[in-house]
Structure formats: structure tokens, C-alpha cells
Design a binder for this molecule. Structure first.
Ligand code: C2O
Length: 533
């Protein structure tokens, strides 16, 4: 295994997209930023230097951070931000991991433009558990606002209302041509007869996305850097933070084919129907017209999303067994709600908030991991409720009181204990699919369903053999998912909705996992250059 060094210079950059120019925050002047390459079991050191006026942190989404929680990155969870003029070296390993992940800023909404791919190849001499592709390509999807994204966030926060939606989706940074504004768009060049491994990443801020290529089937082989049983599909569905590896055979010989990226939105509010396009082009193709798609998924194509999600199964081979916890030490039930809390400064007198078990999480002004490590009192409490305060028909009528309680409340897990969380969607104000991401772990998605979770019947149908293993899962609108993991990585680990607007509204919490080896936590001391608040 090797030690890989990277330098991330956080700088502002002027660039023109959708015929309008703005200055925005980038890593090394690029958007998407540089790809991190490593092999399984390597050590990765990334020196991040902040040259902009904003505080920054970087999160390595899906990297387990085994005993390296200080390098996880969420601001005020595992570290204080890197302030203007400062540097911090993130230091982590890729132990036991291989596949496609992403990195992104993890403070305010800077991840709109501060993101990039992580590609972890198998150990030297180890091949993929599927036919070796001739070539590999990374396709990273994002969202683009013509205006300044921090201003969009500030406006939403002061109004208490939903933020302005983005102006376009991007494919490897390109917006694609839009009416009234020509733009080159991204072109995926392929050679006839070759097989490609496409590493597709959804780095959008607030949108779940479909991905489709005209005239070509895709074979899914990996989700969130875990191998899956291969299956063929013509449409990929991904939540923000999720990654999907697919094999593409360039078997059409010649021509140009449309690639479409289109949002999935099943909420009754917030309409966002901007389809972004790119082109797959065979080499030596004369000026052919582009073959278009016969169908583009509808904005509310829920059956397509559930079909795609249901098709994902762990590979569960001898080499890559699915180690699903068969027993449960901590049984948790988290109800996801959106509420309206009083807000004197807001024009409507109230503001949208979101909560797990009626707790709207409030970020501290120092880091939770430091407070835990140094045993600082008064930063958080460890009494996060394991169950909702009231039991109601989650997907039916709303309870009369839709206010939530603020709190910096964490839930303590014993080292190496097994955990099950039922994430239950509700019909409170804005029923919607919520992609939940857990830091520090992968989890197994042992069950999912529509309506209210039935604690008697539903567990009988759980898949404890080959459930998909991932780090981000969509809780369906009007339904639930059940996840399991083993808490064998000490630290403070964030759990949150990866639609950034919902994180802003408080749809987040954190787990404390004690260090099984040492009461003094001394097996993972903070690095010397850890930023101060
Ligand atoms: Cu990809 Cu806590 O985020």
C-alpha cells in the first residue's frame, strides 16, 4: 500500500455558465475539483489550504475513517472549520474499501461548487468481480445556480421559506445547451466494440437524479463503493451523495446518442424540471444527428425509483461477503418531519424546520468530537430520543402541533454494538423522499416499504442475506427504510438528509461511539494542526 499526497487549494474563480459569469469557490480552480485516486488499503493525505473569505471543511463521503474521525470533515461535528489563510491535512486510509465515492465541502452550501470524485482501485493484482472494462470514465452530476449560492442560502434562512431552485444540472461541470444560450455540453467519447466502466456520482445539492443514455443498456455493478449483483437497466437513479458504477458496451458502432440527467421530485412543492443533456459520441462519427431518448423519466416517476432500488443486492460472494448484523442491540425509530416554528424576523412570522423525532438539530459553535474527546460539558447532551415523542399515523393525518424542539442531542452507542434504525417518512407539511447519509460506516438496507412501518409484520420480510450495503439511502415519500450496522468505529458520526436544504432546516443528528479499547480515547488523538474555533 502507498501513501498518496494531494494539495487542495481553495480559491475563488470566475467562470461563465448559462451565459452568465460569477465568482465561486473551487478547489484548485476546477469545478468539479480534482479526482482523488488511491488503491484499497492506501493512506491518503490531503493538505487543504483556504484562500477564500469563507470558512471551509472537506468531507470524504463514504470513506469510513477507521479511527481517523478527525479527518471526516463535517463542520462543528468532527472539526472546527479551516479559517481563511489556514491549512489542515486530512489523513485517512482506504482500508477495506474500493470503488467510487465523492468528496465535498461540508459547511454551509459550499459543496454546490466544491466537490470531486474519489476513485479507489482494487489492490494491485486483484481484478473486479465483473468483466474487466477496456476503459473507465467518471461522470459527476451537479447543480448550478447563476447567482451566488451562499446568497441563496442566506435568503432562504432569513425568509424561512424554501430556497430558489438551481438553474441547471451539470454533467462533469457542463450545463449543456439551454434555450437562448449555446453551450458545448459534455461529450462522452467512445470507441466501437469497447466496454466502459462509468463511475457515476450524484454531487447535486438538493436533487435526486435519473441518468439515461439513448440506445444503450447499462449494467449496474456497484453502488456507494460496494459491489452488487449485476443487473441491466436503461435508467440509473441516484440521490445526492450516492454513486453507481455501470458497465456500458459501446455496441452501436457509430453515431451520437443523447445522455439525459433529469430530476426526481415527488414533493407537492418545489418544482424543478430542468433536464440537462450531454452526448455519447462514437469516434469517427460523421456529422450525424443525435439519437434522442424515446422516453425521459417523469418528474414524479416513483415506480422507476422503487424498481431501481429494489434491484440492488449485495454481491455477497465468497470474496465479498455481506456481513449483515443478525441481532440488534440498539433498536431505533426515527420519524422524519417538516414543521413550522415561530420566527419573529421572518416575513410570514414562521420558518420551515425539519426534525428527527421532533428534534431540530442545532449545531454547536465548537466541534462535537472535541467536546466528546475532552469531555467538555455543556456542548451537547446524549439523550437523543430513540423513538418519536408521540405515535401518530405517520403517512396519514398530521398531528395538530407541528412545532419542533431545538436541541444538540446525540445518541450514544456502545462500541461494537449492532444498531437498527427504522427511518419513517411522514406526511408532515412536505412529504418527500429523504436521502439519509451516515458518516463513519456503511449500513445494510435490510427492508423498505410504503406506509407506516409495522413492527410486528415488516421485520419478517427483512433481507438479512444479501441486502445492499451503502452509505446513503432514500427514505421513500410515504414510506420507511430499515438499516443495520455494527458500531465498530469510535468517534462522533453525523446522520443527516443529503438534500442540503433539509440539513439546513435541522434534519440531522449525531451518534457517539465510544472507544472500545481505551476509556481515554487515546488510540485516536487529534492531529496537531486541527483547526480551532
Ligand atoms: Cu456527503 Cu455529511 O455528507
Amino acid at each position: 500500500s502507498l501513501v498518496r499526497h494531494y494539495k487542495f487549494s481553495v480559491i475563488s474563480k470566475n467562470s461563465t455558465r448559462l451565459c452568465s459569469t460569477k465568482s465561486f469557490v473551487t478547489v484548485n480552480g476546477q469545478c468539479p475539483g480534482p479526482t482523488l485516486y488511491a488503491r484499497e488499503d492506501d493512506t491518503v493525505l490531503v493538505r487543504v489550504t483556504n484562500h477564500v473569505k469563507y470558512n471551509i471543511t472537506i468531507h470524504w463521503h463514504g470513506i469510513k475513517q477507521l479511527r481517523s474521525g478527525w479527518s471526516d470533515g463535517p463542520a462543528y461535528v468532527t472539526q472546527c472549520p479551516i479559517q481563511p489563510g489556514q491549512s489542515f491535512v486530512y489523513n485517512f486510509t482506504t482500508t477495506g474499501q474500493r470503488g467510487t465515492l465523492l468528496w465535498h465541502a461540508h459547511i454551509t452550501w459550499l459543496r454546490a461548487t466544491v466537490y470531486g470524485a474519489i476513485v479507489i482501485l482494487p489492490k494491485r493484482g486483484i481484478s473486479y468481480p465483473f468483466p474487466t472494462p477496456d476503459k473507465e470514465k467518471t461522470i459527476i452530476l451537479g447543480e448550478w445556480w447563476k447567482s451566488d449560492v451562499e446568497a441563496v442560502l442566506n435568503e432562504a434562512e432569513s425568509s424561512g421559506l424554501p430556497p430558489n431552485i438551481s438553474d441547471a444540472h451539470t454533467i462533469n461541470g457542463h450545463t449543456g445547451p439551454v434555450p437562448g444560450c449555446t453551450s458545448r455540453g459534455y461529450t462522452l467519447h467512445v470507441e466501437s466494440g469497447k466496454t466502459y466502466l462509468l463511475r457515476i456520482i450524484n454531487a447535486a445539492l438538493n436533487d435526486e437524479l435519473f441518468f439515461k443514455i439513448a440506445g444503450h443498456k447499462l449494467t449496474v455493478v456497484e453502488a456507494d463503493a460496494s459491489y452488487v449483483k449485476p443487473f441491466e437497466t436503461d435508467t440509473i437513479f441516484m440521490s445526492p451523495g450516492q454513486t453507481t458504477n455501470v458497465l456500458l458496451s459501446a455496441d452501436q458502432g457509430v453515431g451520437k446518442y443523447l445522455i439525459a440527467v433529469t430530476p426526481f421530485m415527488d414533493a407537492p412543492i418545489g418544482f424543478d424540471n430542468v433536464t440537462s443533456i450531454a452526448t455519447l459520441r462514437y469516434k469517427t462519427t460523421p456529422p450525424y444527428p443525435t439519437t434522442t431518448l424515446t422516453t425521459i423519466p417523469a418528474l414524479n416517476a416513483t415506480p422507476l425509483t422503487s424498481h431501481f432500488i429494489d434491484s440492488l443486492r449485495s454481491l455477497n460472494s465468497k470474496e465479498y461477503p455481506a456481513r449483515v448484523p443478525l441481532t440488534v442491540d440498539h433498536s431505533l425509530f426515527f420519524a422524519i418531519t417538516v414543521g413550522l416554528n415561530p420566527c419573529d424576523a421572518c416575513p410570514t412570522g414562521s420558518k420551515l424546520v425539519s426534525a428527527l423525532n421532533n428534534i431540530t438539530f442545532v449545531m454547536p459553535t465548537t466541534s462535537l468530537l472535541e467536546a466528546h474527546y475532552y469531555n467538555v460539558k455543556g456542548v451537547f447532551t446524549d439523550d437523543f430520543p430513540a423513538h418519536p415523542p408521540i405515535v401518530f399515523n405517520y403517512t396519514g393525518t398530521q398531528p395538530a402541533n407541528i412545532q419542533t424542539n431545538n436541541g444538540t442531542r446525540l445518541y450514544r452507542l456502545n462500541f461494537n454494538s449492532t444498531v437498527q434504525i427504522i427511518l419513517q417518512g411522514t406526511a408532515m407539511i412536505a412529504p418527500e423522499n429523504h436521502p439519509f447519509h451516515l458518516h463513519g460506516y456503511n449500513f445494510f438496507v435490510v427492508g423498505q416499504g410504503s406506509g407506516n412501518f409495522d413492527p410486528e409484520k415488516d421485520p419478517l420480510g427483512f433481507n438479512l442475506v444479501d441486502p445492499v450495503e451503502r452509505n446513503t439511502i432514500g427514505v421513500p415519500n410515504g414510506g420507511w427504510v430499515a438499516i443495520r450496522f455494527r458500531a465498530n468505529n469510535p468517534g462522533v458520526w453525523f446522520l443527516h438528509c443529503h438534500l442540503e436544504v433539509h440539513t439546513t432546516w435541522g434534519l440531522k443528528m449525531a451518534f457517539i461511539v465510544d472507544n472500545g479499547n481505551s476509556p481515554h480515547e487515546s488510540s485516536f488523538p487529534p492531529p496537531n494542526d486541527l483547526p480551532k474555533c
